[in-house]
Design a protein around this ligand. Structure first.
Ligand SMILES: [Zn+2]
Length: 176
């Protein structure tokens, strides 16, 4: 008998898995590459989650009814225990997803370098798969760093890169 066939399905695990993954990967490969790894794993999980996301949603809604689409997205995450998201899609190039109770940000102590890496990858994978083209995601604020909310910016890679550059300049007190 061969191995069981891989089909898209979901399981529920305790949210502390994020902390455990971060710590264990950090021990093996250092903080920087563990963030990258978590993001990559998140991306693959997010792409795969698009199958569950699309269930019960007809393709017309995905393409034409933005408000319904975003409500579905918020519902998708909150039902699964990720946290409550607020969407801001008014900006022409970038959208923002904000949450003040995001599960991945739960941490015992504030770490200035912390970030919801898995979620960043997950949202990118999910939105890219639904959009049929790459959607980049950058977490600009994070509760694990002591911010009041986690804020994910998303958009085409170029727009997100520009935002990243802007944030670096803002964060550097020596920049002119
Ligand atoms: Zn966060």
């Amino acid at each position: 008998m061969g191995p069981p066939v891989m089909t898209p399905s979901e399981i529920t695990v305790p949210a502390c898995i994020f902390n455990a993954l971060r710590n264990e990967l950090g021990n093996i490969s250092g903080k920087r590459s563990s963030s990258k790894l978590l993001q990559k794993i998140g991306y693959r999980a997010g792409s795969s989650a698009s199958t569950m996301f699309k269930e019960g949603l007809d393709s017309e809604i995905l393409e034409t009814r933005q408000a319904v689409f975003w409500a579905h997205l918020c519902d998708f995450f909150s039902r699964r225990g990720w946290g409550k998201l607020v969407v801001n899609s008014d900006h022409p190039k970038l959208g923002f997803l904000t949450s003040n109770d995001w599960a991945e940000a739960m941490t015992a102590e504030v770490d200035q370098n912390a970030s919801c890496c898995f979620s960043t990858g997950f949202i990118s994978g999910l939105l890219s798969e639904i959009a049929g083209s790459p959607v980049a995601v950058l977490e600009t604020k994070c509760r694990a760093r002591g911010d009041t909310a986690c804020k994910f910016a998303f958009g085409a890679e170029r727009a997100v890169r520009e935002l990243f550059g802007q944030l670096l300049v803002e964060a550097d007190p020596n920049a002119t």
